[in-house]
Each structure stands twice: as C-alpha cells, then as structure tokens.
Design a protein around this ligand. Structure first.
Ligand code: FES
Length: 97
C-alpha cells in the first residue's frame, strides 16, 4: 500500500491527502488550491511557494530549479510547485513571482 501524505495549503487553511510521491502541481490542481501555474517546466516562477514545514518531505530540486530560485534570491524554504513531488506531510504557502 502506498503511504499517504497530507498537504496543508495555508492560505486556504485546506488539508488535502494524496499518495506519497504525487506532484504538488497535481494535488494543487485537483483540490482547487489557489496556486497559479504558468510554464509548468520550472522556468517562469509563477508557482513559487514557501514550504512552511516538511521541506524534508519534498523531492530534491533539480539544477534548473535551484538556479532559477537562486536568481530570485529566494529563501531556502522556497520551491517551484510545478517541480516538487510530495513524500510526506507538508505545509505550503503560495507566494507567486
Ligand atoms: S509554473 Fe512556471 S515555474 Fe512552475
């Protein structure tokens, strides 16, 4: 059986369950969480979020995402929602660009 994880979307105060390993983008879109996606390839930044808790439960960023966020001087707890898979409980705050 696949482990489950819970995503807490902080702006909506909404809890959503999903199988571990699910892309955050899929969870956000299926649940109607208010995250705007543009490119979905990690190059526009409209989906930027702050991982308020559970950063260790997020898939590690690829080089392209790391470089993009470094260019924005983003804090280490920020990720691009279109590039993250969730492997455990997390709390997410949408920031945008
Ligand atoms: S939708 Fe463009 S970076 Fe995520």
């Amino acid at each position: 059986m696949t482990a489950r994880c819970t995503v807490h979307f902080l702006l909506e105060d909404m809890l959503v369950e999903a199988p571990a390993g699910t892309p955050l983008e899929a969870i956000a879109e299926a649940s109607g969480a208010d995250i705007t996606f543009g490119c979905k390839t990690g190059s526009c930044g409209t989906c930027r979020v702050r991982v308020a808790s559970g950063l260790e439960h997020c898939s590690a960023p690829e080089a392209e995402e790391r470089d993009f966020l470094a260019g924005l001087e983003a804090a280490p707890d920020q990720r691009l929602a279109c590039q993250v898979r969730i492997h455990g409980d997390v709390a997410i705050e949408y920031l945008g660009l």
